[in-house]
Design a protein around this ligand. Structure first.
Ligand SMILES: NC(=O)c1ccc[n+]([C@@H]2O[C@H](COP(=O)([O-])OP(=O)(O)OC[C@H]3O[C@@H](n4cnc5c(N)ncnc54)[C@H](O)[C@@H]3O)[C@@H](O)[C@H]2O)c1
Length: 382
């Protein structure tokens, strides 16, 4: 693949993620084909892109001429053959269903040219397992944009077991070229980096609430005012969607029991269709489906010692380092850009005292099982 240059991009799936990735790619000068299974989905996606570019014009971030130029670089196409025939990079953003992804890649494998890179925007599915369904797994990689792609700076790049170094380099350079910041998750581990830190935390916050008999606003306030989160864990869970969290939990837990200790509340909220902001209720109730912040305060924060919360996230961060999937600097970058953490995790840990955190994890481990055992990296930092 020496000297290969990416010029033409195809995005499969024009939903929440696909249309956003199409927009950022076109804004960076790429020729983009947006592909979906029905014209009506593409029409809606193109409307959304037009609206989003219009907002940039009204904020004077781009001119009307640039808006038209960018928009004209995106071609909506339903026919798969036509959509990929001149493509250098396919970014797949179809729904998070393994069987569907495999079907999509089987079709794609038949029609795609030899140079094409296959990049999946999956949040939780194993990269290597999807890659194994195509005849060229060395050309397959994970490219995990965050929602909304137009605003979120972080993109996780995840090589599968057989991904070639050239493909990692080309993908990383592509991410930089669309003005995003790549963080490489060196191993195809459940949850990659950000979801491995975040999803288990939602469950842990449920355990804290149950075991310490405190209010969710008290935990959320402590997380926000003592740990440097941009909002509370329950608030962030409602914003993300309990359906997304439930699905990610299943995918991560099935692959690794050490990463997450599922709390029944998540499944219960999902079954009750309390999905968070979008359904009007999740952990909190919302007056309408508009974005709404929960009133949190430093006073409420005094009611909760978030040591179990920081212990959980640190243990998962440390696991990534110990297992050579990442390093502390990259994890801090991902936590800052993906979760909005204002303060580095390991700095917060130092302030609280690593020994205290390890003691807490050891106590929890005695009481609730080996899930809580502190990672060797944390022990070495005491
Ligand atoms: N929504 C998020 O917050 C988020 C964040 C990061 C990653 N992701 C991941 O991105 C992917 C897409 O998620 P989404 O939220 O954009 O989903 P979505 O449901 O909003 O959009 C998926 C689109 O794919 C289309 N589609 C279905 N089959 C197709 C096919 N064979 N070819 C082309 N298009 C097809 C659907 O019609 C739909 O328009 C998933 O893997 C998800 O896990 C989602």
């Amino acid at each position: 693949m020496d000297g290969m240059e990416i010029k033409n991009i195809t995005i499969l799936g024009s939903g929440i993620m696909g249309h956003g990735i199409a927009q950022v790619s076109a804004m960076a000068g790429y020729n983009v084909v947006l592909r979906d299974i029905e014209q009506q989905f593409l029409d809606k996606a193109m409307e959304k892109i037009k609206w989003s570019l219009g907002k940039l014009v009204s904020k004077e971030k781009i001119s009307e001429e640039q808006q038209n130029e960018i928009f004209s670089r995106i071609k909506p196409i339903v026919d798969l053959n036509e959509a990929v025939h001149d493509s250098d990079l396919v970014i797949e953003a179809v729904p998070e269903i393994m069987e569907l992804k495999k079907k999509v890649y089987a079709e794609l494998d038949k029609v795609a040219n030899n140079r094409i890179i296959f990049a999946s925007n999956t949040s939780t599915l194993p990269i290597t397992e999807i890659a194994d369904t195509i005849s060229r797994p060395d050309k397959f990689i994970g490219i995990h944009f965050f929602n909304p792609p137009q605003l979120m700076k972080l993109v996780e790049v995840i090589p599968g077991q057989e991904t070639s170094n050239d493909v990692v380099d080309l993908t990383t350079n592509f991410v930089k070229s669309v003005n995003k910041i790549p963080v490489i998750c060196r191993k195809d581990v459940p949850g990659f980096i950000v979801n491995r830190l975040f999803i288990p935390l939602v469950h842990e916050a449920c355990y804290v609430m149950e075991r310490q008999q405190i209010q969710q606003t008290e935990i959320d306030s402590a997380v926000k005012f003592k740990l440097g989160f941009p909002m509370g864990i329950f608030e962030l869970a409602d914003f993300t969607g309990l359906d997304v969290i439930h699905k990610a939990t299943i995918e991560m837990y099935v692959r690794d029991k050490k990463v997450i200790l599922p709390h029944p509340t998540i499944e219960q909220l999902f079954n009750e269709k309390k999905l968070g902001q979008k359904s009007g209720e999740g952990f909190y109730k919302y007056s309408d489906d508009k974005y709404e912040r929960i009133p949190l305060s430093e006073e409420l924060a005094q009611k909760c010692n978030p040591i179990q919360i920081i212990g959980n996230i640190l243990n998962n961060a440390a696991w990534l380092v110990t297992n050579n999937a990442s390093d502390i600097n990259e994890i801090e970058k991902a936590a800052n850009l993906g979760l909005g953490l204002k303060k580095p995790l390991f700095e917060t840990a130092k302030e609280i005292g690593m020994q205290k955190i390890v003691d807490e994890l050891n106590q929890l481990s005695k009481k609730y099982g080996t899930f809580y055992e502190p990672d060797s990296l944390l022990l070495s930092m005491c």
